[in-house]
Ligand binder design. Structure first.
Ligand code: ZN
Length: 359
């Protein structure tokens, strides 16, 4: 059995100082491309599904697909994670469907677009943590709203993201508040706001420290050296695929993602999970366009999907290698969720804050 919880996987990553990409998945081709890439470099995998992805594939299809991956790639530790749960029931139904980890995003209210107060966030996240930990599942929380420091706007994806404009302080996670939040909620991982946003249009130029606040990660890591930090909206939007997309009839305006070297720097300061969605979407659809443009009589979907899988797999391999998780799969001995539940109940997995923060 290779299904692993986020907590155990990120504990291993912290011990050996690497980061793990978390790829969003909607269909079989994305899932297979990720797993093949992982096998080729012996990397552990985080596959995550948004609410939109669960609705698209259907919970039964998604759950059976994850079972198939587990059977096909038994040597690859596989964490199945709910991305941006907006209410308790979303998180619990994910666990019912075989997810080993859930994100409760209480930075926004249930509508997925109105920023929630700190107290609201602590209340709902603590509730999910209490319930999920009973069965050994992991919880990621979020503090601060994801959005652009260039414009003050969020970029909604799959219907998730705030509307309107926020001031700079709401778009950056406060390190002292982060400390209190982790203490109060006992989350296993913390998503932080540092100027990244969802979608393809993250930055209008190569990001510098005024719009991509990596220093905030360093400050949070100093306060919370044992907490696993999560970077959302961390596609790099490779120019290679944007060009291929545009050369074949696409219209994607100039845009910049999060440079891989900035993520690698984050990994030195406690970033353990790196969310990537746009890069695989773009690699796949750029290939669709290339095939459609070069062979206008082609109508076999596999002739589109196979090159798309190859392109997605190449992006995955690049990230596994850059983030240091290539070669790590074989070193992980997966603990079942029942064992994780026992560890939570014993208090062994509680955040170790006072001891290390004071050191
Ligand atoms: Zn996100």
């Amino acid at each position: 059995m290779a299904r692993i919880t986020l907590r155990q996987l990120l504990d291993c990553a912290a011990e050996r100082s690497y980061g793990v990409p978390a790829f969003n998945v909607n269909n079989m081709e994305q899932a297979l491309a990720i797993m093949e890439a992982a096998r080729s470099v012996n990397a552990p995998v985080i596959i995550q599904a948004s609410r939109g992805a669960r609705a698209y594939a259907g919970d039964i299809m998604f759950a059976k697909m994850m079972e198939a991956l587990e059977a096909m790639y038994p040597e690859i530790p596989l964490c199945v994670h709910q991305d941006h749960g907006e209410r308790v029931s979303t998180c619990l139904s994910a666990i019912q469907n075989g997810f080993t980890s859930v994100m409760m995003d209480g930075s926004l209210k249930e509508d997925g677009k109105t920023p929630g107060s700190y107290d609201y966030n602590v209340g709902i996240t603590s509730e999910v943590t209490r319930l999920a930990h009973m069965v050994g599942a992991s919880v990621e929380g979020e503090l601060g709203c994801l959005g652009s420091l260039e414009t003050g706007h969020g970029e909604a994806e799959d219907g998730h993201g705030f509307e309107g404009k926020l001031d700079r302080s709401s778009l950056l996670t406060d390190p002292d508040e982060a400390l209190r939040f982790v203490q109060a909620t006992k989350v296993d991982a913390l998503a932080v706001a540092i100027g990244t946003s969802h979608g393809a249009y993250k930055f209008t130029r190569k990001p510098t420290s005024d719009v991509l606040a990596m220093d905030v990660i360093e400050k949070i890591h100093a306060k919370l050296p044992n907490t696993h930090i999560v970077m959302h909206g961390s596609s790099s939007v490779p120019e290679e695929y944007r060009n291929l997309f545009n050369e074949n009839g696409g219209e994607m305006r100039e845009t910049y993602g999060v440079p891989v070297e900035e993520i690698v720097r984050g990994i030195r300061f406690g970033v353990r999970k790196v969310n990537i969605d746009t890069d695989l979407r773009l690699a796949a659809t750029a290939e669709f366009r290339r095939v459609a443009n070069r062979n206008k009589s082609e109508f076999d979907p596999r002739k589109f999907l196979k090159p798309a899988m190859d392109a997605m797999g190449k992006v995955c391999r690049d990230r596994f290698e850059a983030f240091g998780c290539a070669g790590q799969a074989a070193l992980i001995k997966v603990k079942p969720m029942s064992e994780m539940a026992r560890l939570y109940a014993s208090g062994a997995l509680d955040p170790h804050i006072e001891k290390k923060a004071a050191a």
